[in-house]
Ligand binder design. Structure first.
Ligand code: PLP
Length: 224
């Protein structure tokens, strides 16, 4: 089966109101174009320069999502065009996103990454740290970023109950933050969770956006 068949099957499988982000990191523009020409226009990347380079050569009506860990000094590469930054995990990076958004005369939508897996290799804030960020004067003064929800990455494990618990935790955190900070803001509505190995579970637990790479494009080759 080709990549277009793969994405069609996944699109049919997931509910209409769940947004599908086709994660094209490490994959060539030819593959992305094939998916694009089949009618899908939402893609995710996790390296700022790679994303910038692909954006330059690809059709302009693509919605590009940045899904990985973002370093402060690299925000500038994606600020002119990115439609959603999934992995905001510090006030420092959010300040830089705000600064680059001002420079580009736009508002940049962001999700706060919550640490649900509690593994050392994963990024993200604990719920209290997210609360602290949202309560800060520095955040209050930012006019060019809009927080649209939360994002989380489940543990790499065969224990589906563990993953389910993590997704439940993220959904609960979303509801609490909504209640405390965004009750009047309809735009705070997204829970980005679920990848190739666990998206069905994530949808059962209330995901609004799934980020799927290898089940669409095939396994990634990091050695090239
Ligand atoms: C790579 C990546 C994905 C997609 O992973 P697959 O297992 O290939 O579906 C999703 N989210 C993030 C943050 C990623 O880095």
């Amino acid at each position: 089966m080709g990549i277009v068949d793969n994405i069609k099957l996944i699109r049919e499988e997931i509910p209409q109101n769940v947004k599908l982000i086709a994660v094209s990191k490490t994959k060539p523009v030819e593959d992305i174009l094939e998916v694009y020409n089949s009618g899908h226009k939402v893609f995710g990347e996790n390296k700022p320069q790679e994303l910038r380079d692909k954006e330059t050569v690809m059709p302009k009506d693509i919605e590009w999502h940045f899904i990985g860990h973002l370093q402060t000094n690299k925000v500038k590469y994606i600020a002119p065009f990115v439609s959603l930054i999934h992995g905001v995990d510090s006030l420092k990076v959010l300040s830089e996103i705000n600064k680059q958004a001002i420079r580009n005369e736009r508002v940049i939508d962001c999700l706060i990454q919550i640490d649900i897996a509690h593994e050392e290799t994963k990024f993200g804030l604990f719920e209290d740290q997210a609360r602290e960020l949202l309560n800060s004067d520095v955040f209050f003064s930012m006019k060019n970023v809009r927080i649209c929800g939360v994002m989380g990455i489940g543990s790499i494990t065969d224990d589906l109950n563990k993953t389910r618990r993590e997704f439940k935790e993220l959904k609960t955190t979303f509801h609490k933050l909504k209640e405390e900070f965004f009750l009047k803001e309809d735009s705070f509505s997204e829970v980005s969770m679920g990848m190739s190995s666990d998206y069905s579970l994530a949808i059962e637990e209330g995901s609004t956006m799934v980020r799927i790479g290898s089940s669409i494009f095939g396994e990634r080759d990091y050695l090239k």
